[in-house]
Design a binder for this molecule. Structure first.
Ligand SMILES: *Cc1c(COP(=O)(O)O)cnc(C)c1O
Length: 377
């Protein structure tokens, strides 16, 4: 079936108990067993029906065999990193979510898992940065907050012919969502999501997801999901399932609004540079056109006048709320260097303090442009 149909129905047949059309919130920690050990569900950390529906739904949307749900995007990322062992190395994009950088450097390095960062749009640089002990390549595309685009298929090909053990290719697909980009079909091994963002879509839930095809890796991750226990509650799973139903229509509007706003910003005299994969001026625009079916709702831009001017603009908008996070129906504005990306300050991943990031919502685009115009006047 088509994506729009799967978004509404995958993993969600009418409930077997009473025929409820919407997947019920199974708010219970335990399940009565008919005979000892004879039960579909026994304990809610191990599995619960609302979570099963979400896991099957996201697997269908990413075109993968297995889905796993977690209490947050970071919990999902943590679970994937637990596939590594002391002595292993992760090669990651040189522009990643601040929390991802932080877990690599301040959590996993302590356990002997090293990480380094490379410009993923430069294939020669990626090839040169691979080490004999590189067991994982970690891509964000588009990246947060610089909206760089990596060619997933080209990197998968590169890894296939590299010497030694082929590293796992992991893609954090949070910015694109599976509606715009499906990394498994392009050769990725594992997809992770902060479902807190576009999948949930309404800024009302924190959640994380993993999708993959490999049965063995899935068995290990499923074991870890239960053994470590960073699982989402059933209400959280319900909220993400409800959000996903409108993902296709929301992503269309996010993308259409963002494309108009990006073009408007590019012609604004007080803007130095606009970073949006949908603009022909974007250095990886052609890759984005090939790999994504639209360009998403995230825009970053650098203003003339320095950090003070960036701060003034971010504090003067009315419709755009000054807030962290992204991917909800409402528009948000922030200055990454002072907000979401403080954890990369004084690191090689540091971002310009004059950079403003927009999460363009699905309000009327003319109201959004008018709001930015008055804030920048
Ligand atoms: C927000 C985010 C995360 C972390 O997800 P949480 O749900 O906040 O734990 C990971 N990757 C990207 C790209 C994000 O934007």
């Amino acid at each position: 079936m088509y994506f729009e149909t799967l978004a509404i129905h995958a993993g969600q047949p009418p409930d077997p108990a009473y025929g409820a059309v919407m997947t019920p919130i199974y708010q219970t920690s335990t399940y009565a067993q008919k005979k000892m050990g004879e039960a579909i569900y026994d304990y809610a950390r191990t599995a619960n029906p609302t979570r099963t529906a979400l896991q099957e739904c996201i697997a269908a949307l990413e075109g993968g065999r297995h889905g796993l749900a977690f209490a947050s995007g970071m919990a999902a990322i943590d679970c994937v990193l637990r596939l590594l062992r002391p002595g292993d190395h992760v090669l990651a994009s040189n522009d990643v979510y601040g929390g991802t950088y932080r877990i690599f450097k301040r959590v996993y390095e302590v356990y002997g898992v090293s990480s380094s960062f490379v410009e993923m749009s430069d294939l020669d640089a990626v090839r040169a940065a691979l080490r004999p002990n590189t067991r994982m390549v970690w891509i964000e595309t588009p990246t947060n907050p610089l909206l760089k685009v990596a060619d997933i298929a080209a990197i998968a090909d590169l890894l296939a012919v590299a010497d030694g053990i082929r590293p796992l290719l992991v893609v954090d697909n949070t910015f694109a969502s599976p509606y715009l980009q499906r990394p498994l079909a392009l050769g990725a091994d594992i997809v992770v999501h902060s479902a807190t963002k576009y999948l949930g879509g309404h800024s009302d839930v924190v959640n994380g997801l993993i999708v993959l095809n490999d049965d063995e890796a899935h068995a290990r991750l499923k074991f870890l999901q239960n053994a470590v226990g960073a699982v989402p509650g059933p209400l959280d799973c319900f909220l993400v399932l409800r959000g996903i139903k409108t993902l296709p229509v929301r992503m269309e509007r996010h993308s259409a609004n963002a494309l108009k706003i990006a073009a408007w910003l590019e012609s604004h005299p007080r803007v130095e540079r606009v970073l949006y994969p949908g603009l022909p001026s974007h250095p990886q625009h052609e890759i984005a056109r090939r790999q994504m079916c639209a360009f998403g709702g995230m825009i970053s831009f650098i203003v003339k006048g320095g950090p003070e001017e960036a701060r003034r603009i971010a504090e003067r908008t009315g419709v755009f709320a000054l807030a962290e996070s992204l991917g909800g129906v409402e528009s948000l504005i922030e200055v990454p260097a002072a907000m979401t990306h403080m954890s990369v300050a004084n690191s090689p991943l540091q971002v310009s303090p004059s950079l403003i990031r927009l999460s363009v919502g699905i309000e009327h685009v003319d109201d959004l442009i008018a709001d930015l115009a008055q804030a920048m006047a």
